[in-house]
Design a binder for this molecule. Structure first.
Ligand SMILES: NC(=O)c1ccc[n+]([C@@H]2O[C@H](COP(=O)([O-])OP(=O)(O)OC[C@H]3O[C@@H](n4cnc5c(N)ncnc54)[C@H](OP(=O)(O)O)[C@@H]3O)[C@@H](O)[C@H]2O)c1
Length: 316
């Protein structure tokens, strides 16, 4: 039997990369094997991946040399950057550039780049509907990722650009779920008006990435988008109500109000939701549900995700 192709996975101990490592080790027929890249091979999360059967290798994503070493001998790589670890779009672009250059040096045959839209193509800096942030961005954690798409193309690495979606897991980890109002009733607040938010179970991103690697060449040079469902605030509130067994009301606020909430990154996220609201058909259209299910037949709906995760959602 031919030896399995190695897929090097950046962010392997995190949401996207972790989902991919687990998807690969759970699919012995895929012909692929996972190399989990981490800053700390001895961490509990890294060791858990080793126990599952993944090779665990150290990497420093700020170093092209370290990345090249970590990619060496692999057939493909999953590349993701960690905006919220530093909140610096220029650094995110530099990290993505180091990843591309390392992928080229290591002779990788297929890279998946986890990206998002460069919103400045829709909202130029001169458009005052939302503030310009950091002097040259509208949605910093989107724009640098989108800007990096061209770097992958320019360097000539066979790449699939993967447009991801809002993780429903943000309702657990990012404090975005329903909260008790003054009268004790649960309120779910989003600045999306009556527009649909494409969302996904974070674990499904890795499963979709495995589907893309399995299709191989057919999807290199392409940009594809994924989501589990496109749902309005009212639809999500109705699902929360059914899952939690108590009424949850959707409260639509203006993006300007969201920008003023005062937590780090509120302005970036306010602009992000406004972009998703104001360019809703393009944003949803780029994340086709049938395509997502075709590459990941286990794709979860919001209700399925809630059934598994509702007890972890903090409601205070
Ligand atoms: N939240 C959402 O709804 C959403 C939606 C779409 C896209 N995104 C994007 O997803 C990206 C993050 O991916 P994720 O959610 O999979 O990440 P994550 O769960 O936060 O995990 C990141 C993992 O990467 C490693 N890491 C963190 N900082 C690092 C650094 N400076 N150098 C090297 N490794 C580092 C850590 O592993 P080790 O400690 O083991 O090294 C960590 O376990 C962000 O850029 C965000 O914009 C988020």
């Amino acid at each position: 039997m031919a030896s399995k192709k190695i897929i090097a996975v950046i962010g392997a101990t995190g949401a996207q990369g972790g989902g991919l490592v687990r998807a690969i080790v759970n699919d012995p027929q895929s012909g692929l094997t996972a190399r989990a890249l981490t800053r700390d091979v001895n961490s509990a999360r890294a060791q858990a991946l080793a126990t599952l059967g993944a090779e665990v290798v150290a990497v420093d994503i700020d170093s092209e040399t370290s990345l090249t070493r970590a990619f060496s001998g692999a057939s493909g790589a999953f590349c993701v950057t960690f905006f919220w670890a530093h909140m610096q779009p220029e650094r995110e672009l530099a990290e993505a550039t180091a990843m591309v250059r390392a992928a080229k040096a290591a002779g990788l045959r297929h890279v998946i780049w986890s990206t998002l839209e460069d919103t400045r193509k829709w909202v130029p800096l001169t458009d005052n509907r939302m503030p310009t942030l950091g002097g040259k961005y509208k949605v910093p954690h989107f724009d640098a990722k989108g800007e990096a798409d061209a770097v992958f193309a320019r360097v000539g690495v066979p790449t699939t650009c993967l447009l991801t979606s809002f993780y429903w897991d943000n309702f657990i980890h990012f404090g975005m779920g329903p909260k008790k109002g003054p009268d004790g009733a649960l309120i779910f607040t989003l600045p999306m008006g009556d527009k649909k938010l494409p969302g996904i179970a974070a674990e499904d991103i890795g499963k979709c990435a495995l589907g893309i690697f399995k299709q191989g060449k057919e999807l290199t040079g392409e940009t594809v988008g994924i989501a589990g469902e496109h749902l309005t605030g009212d639809q999500m509130a109705a699902s929360f109500s059914r899952a939690l067994g108590q009424p949850v009301r959707y409260h639509a606020i203006e993006p300007s109000v969201y920008r003023g909430l005062g937590f780090p990154g509120a302005d970036d996220l306010g602009n992000m939701f406004q972009f998703k609201r104001d360019f809703n058909s393009a944003f949803c259209g780029a994340r086709d549900l049938a395509f997502s299910r075709s590459i990941n037949p286990e794709l979860q709906t919001f209700e399925q995700w809630l059934a598994k995760n509702k007890e972890w959602i903090p409601l205070t």
